[in-house]
Write a protein that binds this ligand. Sequence first.
Ligand SMILES: Cc1cc2nc3c(=O)[nH]c(=O)nc-3n(C[C@H](O)[C@H](O)[C@H](O)COP(=O)(O)OP(=O)(O)OC[C@H]3O[C@@H](n4cnc5c(N)ncnc54)[C@H](O)[C@@H]3O)c2cc1C
Length: 558
Amino acid sequence: MRPVLLAVDGDPSELRAVERELRDRYNSGYSVHCTRSADEAVAFLERLSEGGEEVALVLVAQSLPATTGGGLLERVRQLHPHAKRGLLISLGAWAEASTGEAIVDAMALGRIDHYVPRPAASPDEVFHQAVSSFLLEWTTDRRTVPHTVHIVGEQWTGRAYELREVFERCAVPHAFCLAETDQGRELVAKAGPGARLPLMVLPDGRALSDPSNAELAEAAGAPVDLEEHSFDIVIVGSGPAGLSAAVTAASEGLRTLVVDEGGIGGQARSSSRIRNYLGFPKGVSGGRVAEQAYEQASIFGASFLFMHRAVALDRLGDLLELELSDGRRITARAVILATGARYRRLGIPSLEALNGAGVFYGGPVSEAHALSGKDAYVLGGGNSAGQAALHLARHARRVTLVVRGQSLDAGMSHYLVREIEATNNVKVYTGTTVTDGGGAGRLQRLLLRHSSTGEEENVAADALFVMIGARPHTGWLPSEIAKDDRGLLFTGQEIPHASDWRLERPPLPLETSMPSVLAAGEVRHGSVKRVASAVGEGSIATQLVRSLLPVLTASVAR
Ligand SMILES: Cc1cc2nc3c(=O)[nH]c(=O)nc-3n(C[C@H](O)[C@H](O)[C@H](O)COP(=O)(O)OP(=O)(O)OC[C@H]3O[C@@H](n4cnc5c(N)ncnc54)[C@H](O)[C@@H]3O)c2cc1C
């Protein structure tokens, strides 16, 4: 059955134009339906929901009376939580301040995903660009893009979870199914006689039985023959700061290697919609930014080494030497540390034992679709926890945000607080902590403690996403690199003691106390914890390295 595209517009000639554009372009892959009546649209959506049919996109004209249009959009969210919802606006209406405000409000309250200009000509490529971006997002969310890797496992946990996590971190679209399902049986049969679980089926049809991390690294990114290369710059970390450094360095002709213990995107990877990043008025997922940046850096010639952790850094004459977790060593003329931060652990043994089996650290991008009709909990009071709760609310039956502080406003942006308040299936517990939990092989219950009353409450829970603040991973760096008491790296003028700096020239603004080793993004003391800031610092760090390279060999140690 083809997924449905539905358009609702009370103006007959405008509706005809929308219908013509949708049918001309999408008829072969989608089933197009158009109506002038919001009531008819709701009845149609109810029938589709009862029949288990998928709705990819619903376009609703802004000119419909606010109550009718708003009510319809709300019903779409309830009946078809995965469907993208666009507000059809007239050309030129955007110039009116009231239209802008209405759109921003509708987005802030989670009523629409974004606006689509009504078609003004045929074909109207601006209209089609908006529609196809919605459809790309929908197919990516539903894991039906052609480059999806399929993973078949006996259970959700264990190695099958590790495989999903690796692909999630490498920004590779992946879908998981249990071996006992029809799809699981079909994939195993196609893989042939010797297939073993967990099984990974690549988009080109190749199947790998219980693959090793090395095989995964190869499947997820271009492998690098380190012995064959020498590098001008090695970047540790491929979050926004590292990716930006890589794009700038490779585009300037520097021989560039990026090493990451996971895949691309860092923390940004777990952000389902970044709304405050320059140039993306409709918002963009962290995964998408990361994928595009990876492609951009690769095209300029940067090399990537995934699933390799940097474990030591040393000086070797004029060069720097980085040791990797597999024992290999890489030399470079300069190093940029872009290792960001990782979520703090809960430290509750019963819940640590269920990591990957209902308890997850970080955002719910890859697990959300498996939580349809289930109860999810998010622990944390920052923007990332707020975003996670809203993203989950589109899939889960009920989402509970558990916040230790007494109010949401203390740690969360105002627009997120408003959206959470306006989302029916998100409940907020302030002044509350998670103290215990458990389940048979998978999370089934949590114990909450409400601090104001001292009461404890046992709740049924299918998933817990822990987002309680992040810590830098800088313990592996040499003592020569000065850190603050949280382990963040001092750079430039902030290097506290003159004695930490060995050269005659002063340190560059993003340079650590180890000459030619720079830091960018969240790992840096005093950084702003935003994607845009990390991207800016990555680019600046590379420019600084560039200014440094000609004089590196001439530097005289005191
Ligand atoms: C759920 C969520 C939502 C967010 N939403 C927004 C938002 O809407 N807008 C916004 O501006 N910001 C948002 N942020 C914050 C933003 O993602 C971060 O500020 C940004 O990712 C920091 O980038 P970074 O490159 O400095 O570090 P990170 O993103 O933390 O990346 C660091 C990378 O280094 C790697 N690494 C670490 N140690 C090693 C090692 N020893 N060897 C090899 N690799 C290593 C890690 O695997 C990781 O890939 C969000 C964060 C989260 C978690």
